[in-house]
Design a protein around this ligand. Structure first.
Ligand SMILES: *Cc1c(COP(=O)(O)O)cnc(C)c1O
Length: 415
């Protein structure tokens, strides 16, 4: 029976969410629209199968098809990223990261990651995270004044702490990290180098961002951000760590992999290997650059003064507002993004001093530089007059027209 018959309540809510996703300008840097093909794989009968273990070594029978699917996903990832070994089973980015700790660390061991308020991820040692509770977490920060990484400072901390692992990678740093420098520092400190490319994996796949794979011992990534796949994750590593990583994922941390997700990852990786995806990656970066420039022109203060990737952070102090109020006013005006701490933020985490913007989702709709200019003007108008109903309505009308002109992938019939 159809979901509309079985559960009309949930069916209606899914439809509401479809309309919301189709009809808003989505600037959340970690979100995207997957293709219809990826949606189809995600919503397939593969969700019915148990397949603990790895291709050729499973605990349950009936793996004739699943083994082929997982092998395709692994091989596509190896080819696309030039990795020696890939595990596609982690349920999401956070479990993938936990698997890395489990593979290489004992409780209490020390590691060094980027501070959460400076762009690091929760799982890079934040106090509220298991990674900050079970391990001796140390953090490097951005340099005050430039808001850019200072590799001499990172080296100093690394030589002092002697961490087992150094993590490079971030959720909110608008610049390209220097993986070669991180490699040097890790070697000097006798640490493993782990790069978490969750945010920018799609840019790496498209060849518009340096790849961490040649430098890092281990690379983790989500598959649902700029890579445009289903919610999931992968761990890429050197062959010599393959066993440790695979054992950490299963049986160390997880049971059966989500085979529907694995198939959808395989589809997304095939798409990501195409020339269209290379053009997509270039356009993400071009769009971010223009959106940033247009906002700068309107008096917005970009952290680090600009962007080299898909995202930007805006310090709203110059606009006399906080991140939460701005994000709420924009949401009401059809533009969805998130409040975000800026480096050296003095405001509370629930109402930080800035907003984070990213271009992967709008670029998936086919929007280009011209549309970024329109969006920048809408953002400026709404943040300048957050209570003004006429401004809000004008923004909603422009958003509606843009969304109709650029239908969201997988939701074309709602345009
Ligand atoms: C998003 C993200 C993660 C976590 O991914 P989830 O799927 O939300 O668990 C991990 N690391 C970084 C750098 C991220 O940006």
């Amino acid at each position: 029976m159809d979901i509309n018959t079985v559960d009309p309540e949930i069916a209606a809510l899914i439809h509401d969410e479809e309309k919301r996703q189709a009809g808003k300008i989505r600037l959340i840097a970690s979100e995207n629209y997957v293709s219809r093909a990826v949606l189809q794989a995600t919503g397939s009968v593969l969700t019915n199968k148990y397949s603990e273990g790895y291709a050729g070594h499973r605990y349950y029978e009936g793996q004739q098809v699943i083994d082929q699917i997982e092998t395709l996903a692994v091989n596509r990832a190896k080819t696309l990223f030039g990795a020696e070994h890939v595990n596609v089973q982690p349920y999401s980015g956070s479990p993938a990261n936990l698997a890395v700790y489990l593979a290489f660390m004992k409780p209490g061991d020390s590691f060094l990651g980027m501070a959460l308020p400076h762009g690091g991820h929760l799982t890079h040692g934040a106090k509220v995270s298991i990674t900050g509770k079970f391990f001796d977490a140390h953090a490097y920060s951005l340099e005050e004044g430039t808001d850019i990484l200072n590799y001499d400072t990172i080296r100093k901390i690394a030589l002092e702490v002697k961490p087992k692992i150094i993590i490079a990678g971030h959720s909110a740093y608008p610049r390209i990290m220097d993986f070669a420098k991180f490699r040097e520092i890790a070697d000097e400190a006798g640490a493993l180098l782990w790069v978490d490319m969750a945010h920018f994996a799609g840019l790496v796949a498209a060849g518009v961002h340096p790849s961490p794979v040649p430098y890092a011992d281990v690379v983790t990534t989500t598959t649902h951000k700029s890579l445009r796949g289903p919610r999931g994750a992968m761990i890429l590593c050197k062959e010599k760590y393959a066993k440790a990583i695979d054992k950490a994922v299963f049986p160390g941390l997880q049971g059966g992999p989500h085979d529907n997700t694995t198939a959808a990852i395989a589809v997304a990786l095939k798409e990501a290997a195409s020339d269209e995806f290379k053009a997509y990656g270039r356009q993400i970066v071009a769009n971010a650059k223009v959106l940033g420039e247009e906002l700068s022109k309107r008096g917005f203060q970009l952290v680090t003064g600009g962007t080299e990737n898909h995202l930007m952070l805006i310090d709203l102090a110059s606009k006399n507002t906080g991140g939460k109020a701005a994000a709420k006013a924009l949401d009401a005006a059809g533009i969805v993004l998130n409040a975000n701490a800026v480096p050296f933020d003095t405001r509370k985490p629930m109402d930080p001093g800035g907003i984070r913007l990213g271009t992967p989702a709008v670029t998936s709709r086919g929007m280009k530089e011209q549309e970024m200019k329109v969006i920048a003007e809408l953002i400026n108008a709404v943040i300048t007059a957050p209570e003004d109903e006429a401004v809000r309505n004008a923004s909603l009308a422009t958003v509606d027209a843009l969304c109709k002109r650029f239908p969201a992938p997988g939701l074309e019939e709602l345009a």
